[in-house]
Design a protein around this ligand. Structure first.
Ligand code: PEP
Length: 255
């Protein structure tokens, strides 16, 4: 049985002090023991150290939002997976659509980053998703297939259990317009079928998160879909109350 997983992507939000306060609130709000769910937050790089301290005794893990695939070298402004592992990150998001569209990330660089993250002992959260134009042109499956083939090119049968996939339709990210539960399920089932072709039955154990305007109001219905194993949450993860309601929704729907 796949465990539900809810991960907050804070993007470029949160000073060190704001991170400390938000994690404190999160720890207070989410005091229930929840053994059947994984929770993580991905703050900006500058807040990872305070996250490590604040979450030392918490059930919440943390990760980063990006990395470089080389361990070190002349790559001004970059941070390597090895450096993130040293901070005890559990996850690294790779291939988020904002990085693909605003920073020129390609399937090839995503694949290299994913391999570096696994090599450093962490789990990549590999993002895929179609634009509105692609969906309207009935290209959703072709786009997802190409992203899976390209971005997972470095993931072998041996290490396919060490990654998480996030299906994030670009048109739903930060727009307030979420995929319907049926649209999410259809895309997730398609992604799982592609994973099955690559990895066989091991695909049944790979977590596939939904991301795109997930909120407490729509979480129950989306999390109830059989191939939706949790969520990657942007905006709503910046409010401890909303994030906790989404976590609880995921924990309840996994019963
Ligand atoms: C995201 O950026 O990964 C995301 C899903 O954002 P939002 O929840 O704000 O749509």
């Amino acid at each position: 049985m796949r465990q539900k997983f809810v991960c907050g992507n804070w993007k470029m939000n949160g000073t060190i002090e704001e991170t400390r306060k938000l994690l404190f609130q999160l720890n207070v709000e989410w005091s229930k023991t929840c053994e059947n769910i994984e929770v993580a937050v991905c703050p900006p790089f500058t807040s990872l150290l305070i996250a490590k301290h604040e979450l030392e005794f918490a059930k919440i893990k943390f990760g980063a939002q990006n990395c470089h695939w080389q361990d070190k070298g002349a790559f001004t402004g970059e941070i390597s997976a090895v450096m993130l592992a040293e901070l005890d990150c559990t996850y690294v998001i790779v291939g988020h659509s904002e990085r693909r569209t605003l920073f020129g990330e390609t399937n090839e660089t995503v694949a290299k980053k994913a391999a570096a993250v696994i090599q450093a002992g962490m789990l990549p959260i590999i993002c895929v998703g179609e634009t509105e134009k692609e969906r309207e042109a009935n290209q959703t499956e072709a786009v997802l297939r190409a992203q899976i083939e390209g971005s997972l090119a470095t993931i072998t049968n041996e290490n396919c259990s060490k990654m998480v996939i996030a299906y994030e339709p670009v048109w739903a990210i930060g727009t307030g317009k979420n995929a319907t539960p049926a649209q999410a399920q259809e895309a997730h089932a398609f992604i799982r079928s592609e994973l099955k072709m690559r990895y066989g039955n091991a695909a049944d154990s790979i977590q596939i998160l939904y991301g795109g305007s997930l909120k407490p109001e729509n979480a129950d219905a989306i999390f109830a879909q059989p191939d939706v194993d949790g969520g990657l949450i942007g905006g709503a993860s910046l409010d401890a109350g909303s994030f906790v309601r989404i976590i609880e929704s995921a924990a309840e729907t996994r019963a």
